[in-house]
Design a protein around this ligand. Structure first.
Ligand code: F6P
Length: 528
């Protein structure tokens, strides 16, 4: 199957895919899921390639793996865990892990968490100085990126306390966030699945000290979100201020449950439930739609085509939506921590590339920064555009039209490019002639034939954001299944953590650094 795809790619490598457009192509190479529209017609994928890609998904066992994941099978084999973030957004039903239904626990925690958020928002739960005006979420990775991204995305729905996020161990981060806040009206959330992460625990202690200077019972203004209840108790947070979750929720998939508390505090129960419903709607689509009309599967197959078959090393995520400014960073963790692996489930070396580098910025900002390389650089970067039909600013619809026009123009420009004849006309109009005209024209040529996809959604509501996140989660899963890797562990983050602990006494000079390599010794000496 891989060989067939590779030979199709070689056969069509020089084809200009704009020539594939007939009256059917845009419909055939796009899919609708609950009013979200995904268009992948501006790629070199044709009928034959699509059939081969869908066959690949079948032969790699995607439908079976999907059903296993959704049913709570322990597909995270290196940690012997189920992968059940989908349970966190389910309205009810039954899912068994080791014979036990997990849904009563999920629903109980959800209602405790939403009741808590409601009480804070109403001012029934208060700080020493009155109703909470500010919330500081201290967490990192999945305990930060998801909630921070979602709170920014849903700003038009935010009518609760102001939410701030502290993640970095760099003291500048917590310093700059806390300096504008009143400790007596600030609620601190310590968000850490393991409750051991050095950045989070250090920042949490700093926040506790900060609050202790002026608040009599600082611990009373702390909340913990974790799956380790012993450690939260040891930190001194009351059991009724702890919202726990099971180890079958991966950190980067955890914003649907307690880790999403800051989202619920910002937007309230109804909108938070709409967010969960959006995720659940995408789960239903993923579970039921045939593979050839299944949006997460198609997103994954386009990804596999570009990365594994065409060999493009990166993909750019380009939301034309300023409020999705943290979405690329969020996807970086989701995709790169999940699928940046080098061995298969059996521990054998993977034959070929795994996950691509994922990067991006919102449009139109990126257009004035890095799109130059995307259009005229020597590497092909598949682009994933995102744009809403409507914005939230009724008085600024002309801004939104300009935003949309730019988004559509970029994918068109990437596809069509500009040939040398046209470039020469432009150079001639600018007054150039002779050899200089040829030289100037060369700089104005765009190769075109550069692939992109476009995801359109009605409006960035809580429901739609839920759909989008779940869409990408399932895309990562499908790509992982096709590659035969475990998308749910992250051993690659461990070594650096261990070495950082060893490095500490070398930095303050209390240990001898002579066993280190020359580079590290020199850097240590400089920093000391
Ligand atoms: O070091 C990586 C990581 O484990 C991520 O997978 C995780 O999202 C992040 O650290 C934070 O972990 P925790 O929620 O346990 O503090």
């Amino acid at each position: 199957m891989w060989d067939a795809l590779k030979s199709l790619q070689e056969r069509h490598a020089n084809r200009r895919f704009q020539t594939l457009f007939d009256s059917q192509r845009a419909q055939k190479f796009s899919v609708l899921a609950d009013d979200i529209h995904f268009d992948f017609s501006k790629t070199n994928i044709d009928d034959e390639i699509l059939t081969e890609l869908v066959d690949l998904a079948v032969s790699r066992g995607v439908p079976h793996a999907r059903d296993e994941m959704l049913a709570g099978a322990k597909i995270n084999v290196t940690e012997d865990r189920a992968v059940l973030h989908t349970a966190l957004r389910k309205p009810g039903g039954t899912i068994r892990v080791d014979g036990e239904d997990v849904m009563p626990g999920v629903l109980d925690t959800r209602s405790r968490m939403l009741a808590f958020a409601g009480a804070v928002r109403r001012g029934d739960i208060r700080g020493a100085g009155g109703a909470f005006t500010d919330v500081v979420n201290i967490g990192i990775g999945g305990s930060d990126l998801g909630p921070a991204m979602a709170v920014a995305a849903l700003a038009p729905y935010a009518d609760g306390p102001n939410c701030h996020f502290v993640s970095n161990i760099d003291g500048a981060h917590i310093h700059d966030v806390l300096k504008g806040l009143n400790p007596a009206t600030t609620l601190v959330i310590v968000a850490s699945k393991t409750f051991t992460t050095i950045e989070t625990m250090t920042n949490a202690q700093t926040a506790l000290d900060w609050m202790g200077h002026s608040v009599e019972d600082p611990g009373g203004q702390f909340v913990a979100l974790s799956s380790d209840l012993e450690k939260t108790a040891a930190f001194g947070i009351d059991r009724d201020r702890v919202f726990g979750f099971e180890d079958w929720v991966g950190g980067r998939y955890s914003l649907w449950g307690p880790i999403g508390l800051s989202i619920a505090l910002a937007i309230g129960q109804d909108d938070f439930e709409a967010f969960l419903a959006g995720g659940a709607a995408m789960d239903t689509h993923f579970a039921k739609a045939p593979l050839s009309k299944n949006m997460p599967v198609l997103l994954a197959l386009v990804g596999v085509w570009h990365r594994q078959v065409c060999g493009y090393a990166t993909r750019a995520v380009l939301p034309y939506e300023q409020r999705l400014s943290r979405f690329p960073a969020y996807l970086q963790q989701l995709e790169m921590e999940s699928n940046g692996k080098r061995v298969t489930l059996d521990g054998d070396l993977v034959d070929g590339p795994t996950g691509p580098v994922v990067w991006g910025e919102p449009g139109t900002n990126g257009q004035h920064a890095f799109y130059q390389l995307i259009h005229q650089g020597t590497d092909v970067v598949p682009c994933e555009f995102m744009v809403g039909r409507r914005g939230h600013e009724p008085d600024l619809t002309h801004h939104h039209r300009l935003l949309q026009a730019n988004c559509l123009a970029q994918s068109e420009a990437l596809m069509l490019g500009r040939d040398v004849e046209t470039a020469k006309k432009i150079a001639a109009q600018a007054g150039f002639s002779g050899d200089e005209l040829d030289r100037q024209a060369a700089h104005r040529v765009f190769p075109g034939n550069r692939p992109s996809t476009t995801l359109c959604y009605p409006k960035l509501t809580p429901f739609v954001l839920g759909q989008l996140i779940a869409l990408y989660e399932h895309r990562v899963f499908v790509e992982g299944v096709i590659l035969g890797i475990n998308s749910y562990d992250q051993w690659g983050v461990e070594l650096g953590k261990i070495l950082a602990t060893d490095m500490l006494p070398l930095l303050d000079g209390s240990d001898d650094a002579s066993a280190k390599d020359g580079s590290t010794q020199t850097l240590l000496a400089y920093l000391r």
